[in-house]
Design a protein around this ligand. Structure first.
Ligand code: SF4
Ligand code: SF4
Length: 68
C-alpha cells in the first residue's frame, strides 16, 4: 500500500502538500515542531493514497518521501 513519510522537524507548515493531494491524505498536526510550525501529517484515513508523488513534488523544502 503506498504511503509517504514527512520530516516533521523540517516541515514549515505551508500546506502546499495538503492542497495538492488528490486523496486528501494529509492534515496539519495539532502539535508544533521545533520550527514553531504545525507540520503536515500523513493520515490517509480513507486509504486513498496512490503514491502519485504530487505532495513530494510540491513541497518546497523536500520534506516528503513517497513509498509505492
Ligand atoms: S503520494 Fe499522492 S495521494 Fe499520496 S499523499 Fe502524496 S499527493 Fe496524496
Ligand atoms: S509542502 Fe512541505 S513544508 Fe509545506 S506543509 Fe507540506 S511537508 Fe510541510
Amino acid at each position: 500500500m503506498p504511503r509517504i513519510e514527512i520530516s516533521k522537524e523540517r516541515c514549515k507548515g505551508c500546506e502546499l502538500c495538503l492542497l495538492y493531494c488528490p486523496g486528501h491524505c494529509i492534515e496539519l498536526d495539532k502539535s508544533m515542531n521545533k520550527r514553531g510550525a504545525y507540520p503536515a501529517l500523513f493520515t490517509d484515513n480513507d486509504k486513498k493514497c496512490t503514491g502519485c508523488s504530487f505532495c513530494a513534488i510540491m513541497c518546497p523544502d523536500v520534506c516528503i518521501t513517497v513509498y509505492k
